[in-house]
Structures are given as structure tokens and as C-alpha cells.
Design a protein around this ligand. Sequence first.
Ligand code: UD1
Ligand code: UDP
Length: 364
Amino acid sequence: MYFRLMISVVVGTRPEIIKMAPIILELKRRNTNFRIVHTGQHYDLELSQIFFEELGLPHPDHLLEVGSGTQAHQTATALIRLEEVFMEQEPDLVLVEGDTNTVLAGALAAAKLEIDVGHVEAGLRSRDLRMPEEHNRRLTDHISKHLFAPTEWSASNLKSEGVWGDVHVVGNTVIDACIRYLPLATQKSEVLERLEFDQFALATAHRAENVDDPAVLKNIVQILVDCPAPVVYPLHPRTEKMLKEQEMWEELSGSGNVQIIPPVGYFDFLVLMKNCSFILTDSGGIQEEVTAPNLMKKVFVLRLSTERPEAVETGHAEVVGLEPGRVLESVRAFLESKEMRMGESPYGTGNSGRKIVDILETPQ
Ligand code: UD1
Ligand code: UDP
């Protein structure tokens, strides 16, 4: 008998929407039966809706309005609401991407209903248990049936932990996204016209273990203020809130070296990445995007560890910690040497979305 697979695609935050886009568009192209469930973990227009519009995605079928909260409250609210949706939808498979609270809630709600889970971007490990993302990705990997590891390294983490599901090395869908959207972004974005500087470094920071710790946040402010290149800084709302609460906003915004802008859509961000001299960030996705063949940028990772060591090996990323002297020394060394020897992207050639859908559609 003909069996038509029904897939529930779960998203909740900015990076999940961007990285699921190539998969969603491939499911749509093949006329696969799927639904999009948005938990609403991110709800501001510039962290959510703008990506659906720019990336040409269908509207979510369910918007669960989970919103912000403590780690447990946010995860638990998403868990309860996702369970209700899955009970109504009865999907054959729930697909989650990455390591957010939405991902853990989606995977757990599905597993408890005995629905198969597919985890896109499986097997990453920072081995830093201060990070909520490390809890989420480890737990999700161990209840997933399909584990889509971006690289051999992430696959080896999964195998050494003895996961139950099937491990597939497929690259990272963010490379698909960079290749697909940069040409369009270059046509459409006017972000460069709004900049105060011709040459600039690009910065982002939002990791909880960084910006929620006032001492670390102070270091980030000092790094940006003293950076030897002027900095364009699209500000995540979490960081804006902390900068204001900790009374660091004036120092940063008044320094003359940093142009703070609201978080931007994907087209603007791609154009900023393409045109900057280098990037300072604690983001996960940006460490991968800089390896895309049409971006090839240097990124200084403002963290103590990374779950993306492949980008360090290829010469794109350098983990520099958060001590201003050490960070700025690395930046100066880069600016003086102009060293740009970088290998090919370790995250694939831009066909990860197609590979994932091929595997999902292979009869079990
Ligand atoms: C979350 C993910 C993180 C991911 C990031 C992508 C978890 C544990 N963290 O972090 O892995 O890298 O998304 O950007 O899942 N806020 C708004 N508007 C919004 C959303 C959030 O103002 O639309 C503010 C609220 O003050 C909220 C804070 O940002 O409390 C943090 O939001 P939250 O979704 O809890 O975590 P992120 O830091 O965004
Ligand atoms: N990004 C964006 N606008 C911004 C900042 C980032 O579109 O103002 C994109 C960026 O290109 C990347 C993703 O958002 O694809 C990364 O999201 P974030 O850093 O919030 O999360 P992480 O990757 O750390 O989970």
C-alpha cells in the first residue's frame, strides 16, 4: 500500500528558522506532506517573522506562543504545547534542528508519544556543561531515530556515546542557506548605506554564559570599545537587556568605535558578513557560515570552547576566550599578517537539505 510520510518540522528561534529553511523548501519542492510548528520561543519580528518572509517559507501551521521565561519554564511550556499539537497532527516524524530549548521540548514530546525524532545538527559537543545548549543537544541525540551529523567529528561523538539512532553525515544546512540567499541578499539589502564606517568588524554576542555574567559582559564591552577596527554590532535583545541592567549601555554606545544596530534580517546579516574585515562572536551558526565558499571570513570566537572545532581546523575560526588583552592581541596579529589561508568548508557543499530529505524519504 502507498504510504505518505507526514513530517512535523519544529522551529522556535532565529537560527532554527534559517537552518531548517533548506529542508522546508526541499520538502515543499517534493510535495511531501509536512507541517511547520513554531514554538514562539523567539517572537520579535526581527528574530522570527522577517526570516519566514525573506527565506520564502510558508507560514507556520501552529504558533505556540511559548515566549520567554526561565530555562525550565520555557522548556516545559513548549513540551506541553508541542505534545498537544503532535497528538492532533499524528506525524510519522518530528524534525528538530540544533540545541535550543525548543529542540529538547520537541524531541521529548515526540519520543514520549512514540513518534520518531530526526535531529538535524546532531553530535556537536562543547563539553561545557554551563551551557543550556549542551544539555539540550546531548539529551536530544539520545532520543532521536535519525541523527544528521554535519561532519565525521560530530558523527564520531555520537558513536562513542552509543546513541540508538542511525547516524548520517550530511554537512550543515546553513551552507545551503548561504549559497542560496547571498546573491538575493546582495541585490536586496541596503544595510551598508546605514553604516557609519566603510571598513568594519562585525560583532554579535548573546550566549547566556557570557552576557548574563556581568564580569564577562564587561569584558565584551571592553573588547568592542578597544577593537582596532570600528565595530558594527547588531544587538540581540538578551544582550540589550543585560547591558542596560548592568549600566554598560552608555559606555558601549558612546564610545565612537561601536555602531549598535537592532538585530537584522538574514539578507542584511549576509551582506554584513560578506563586507566586514572579520567577525567577533559567540554565535554557533556564524562559526559555520564563515566557511561557506561565498563568504570565507575570519571569526574570533569569544568563548572558552567550541562545539565546532572543524572551523578552527580549516583556519576560519579561532577560539580566543573573553580576556580583552588576549582577544585584542589575536585581532591585531590577524590585521598585521592579513593571514587568510583557509581550507574548504568542513560543513559540506550546500546540498545538506536535499541529503536529509533523501534519507527521510527512503522507506524504512
Ligand atoms: C536562544 C537559544 C540559543 C540560541 C539563541 C539564538 C536556548 C537555551 N537558547 O537563546 O541556543 O543561540 O536562541 O538567538 O534555547 N527576547 C526578546 N525577544 C524575542 C526573544 C527573546 O526580547 O523574540 C529576550 C527576552 O528578554 C528573553 C531573552 O531575550 O528573556 C532570551 O531569549 P531566549 O529565547 O530565552 O534565549 P536566547 O538568548 O535568545
Ligand atoms: N543572524 C541574523 N541577524 C543577526 C544576527 C545573526 O540573521 O542580527 C543570523 C546568522 O547569520 C546566523 C544565525 O542568525 O545564521 C545565528 O543565530 P544566533 O547567533 O542567534 O544563534 P546561534 O547560531 O548561536 O545558535
